[in-house]
Structure formats: structure tokens, C-alpha cells
Design a protein around this ligand. Structure first.
Ligand code: ADP
Length: 161
């Protein structure tokens, strides 16, 4: 069985992420969308909230599951016996950092490949941080995230303030 992991912050999951999930799920027998617990970042949503949103919006894929991990992505990949780490690329600005990470990961665990999927043109401008910025000022993010995520953002920014 060929398994891949798709790691990230997913704070929150966007239509851009979902497109990568959908495409990666057709390339592999199983895909684990893995929320990294990165202590350096201050997230809007807790890990549990992020996992719950991802599970909900990917429930129609029968080979996609969710998980979270601490520490190195390659270690998590090996633990799960994953053949590949999936990453999405939006722009040249993503490339340098992703290239460095992929080379570092290759050095650490040569058996795990990093596979890059190019964003779809219409999603190339979507990022979790832009989504949060728009939502925080009351803008409509209906075209950028699934309806459930739109609702959760509204709850965070309107009801909690
Ligand atoms: P990280 O903090 O690990 O970059 P993100 O949640 O921002 O976590 O992104 C996870 C992965 O999804 C990254 O590989 C990122 O490049 C990719 N990604 C994010 N937004 C998009 C998008 N709109 N189209 C394609 N890939 C995307």
C-alpha cells in the first residue's frame, strides 16, 4: 500500500489545500493530512479545531485521514511508513524554502520523497494567512474556504470578540 502524508499548519484549511488533498488522494492509496504542532507559530485555531475542520471537509474521500504530530516531518513520515511527503507550490516565493526543506529531509531520510503539486491557477493566491486577514476585517471568504471553515472563522472573529 502506498501512503503519503500532507503536512502543514492548516490554520485553517483552505480551498487551495483541499485541491492538493484531492489530487494527492488519487495518486496514493492512502493520504494522511497531518497538522504539525509547531511551537514557533501562534495559531488562530487549536490543533483539535484544525483536525476537526479537515476531517469534516474531507469526509467524502474514503482514503484520506487526519493526524497531528510534533517534531520533524520526516520522522512522522517514517513512523507512518509513508513513501512521500506532499507539498503544494503556489509561487516562486514558496520555492526557495520548500527546496531547502526537501533537500534537508532527503538528507535525513533518503527513502522518503517530497512530491510537489502545483497549485491550480485559480487557487494560487489563497493562503491561510490571507484568509484570516480578510475574515478578521469582516470580508467574505466564501470563495476561499469551504462553508464550514467560513462559519468557524465567523465564530472566532465575530462571536469571540
Ligand atoms: P506550512 O506552515 O507548513 O506552510 P500551510 O498550511 O501554510 O502550512 O501549507 C501547507 C502546504 O500547503 C504547503 O506545502 C503549502 O505550500 C501548501 N499550500 C497552501 N496553500 C496552497 C494553495 N492555495 N495552493 C496550493 N498549495 C497550497
Amino acid at each position: 500500500m502506498r501512503l503519503a502524508i500532507y503536512p502543514g499548519s492548516f490554520d485553517p484549511v483552505t480551498n487551495g489545500h483541499l485541491d492538493i488533498i484531492e489530487r494527492a488522494a488519487t495518486l496514493f492509496d492512502r493520504l494522511i493530512v497531518a497538522v504539525s504542532m509547531n511551537p514557533g507559530k501562534k495559531p488562530l485555531f487549536t490543533v483539535e479545531e484544525r483536525l476537526q475542520m479537515i476531517s469534516e471537509v474531507t469526509r467524502h474521500f474514503d482514503n484520506v485521514t487526519t493526524d497531528s504530530y510534533k517534531g520533524l516531518t520526516v520522522n512522522f513520515a517514517c513512523e507512518k511508513n509513508a513513501k512521500a511527503i506532499i507539498r503544494g507550490l503556489r509561487a516562486i516565493s514558496d520555492f526557495e524554502n520548500e527546496f531547502m526543506m526537501a533537500l534537508t529531509n532527503k538528507k535525513l531520510k533518503p527513502a522518503v520523497e517530497t512530491i510537489f503539486l502545483m497549485t491550480r491557477a485559480e487557487y494560487s493566491f489563497i493562503s491561510s494567512s490571507a484568509v484570516k486577514e480578510v475574515a478578521s476585517f469582516g470580508g467574505c471568504v466564501g470563495e476561499l474556504v469551504p462553508p464550514l471553515v467560513q462559519k468557524r472563522l465567523r465564530d472566532k472573529y465575530i462571536n469571540e470578540n
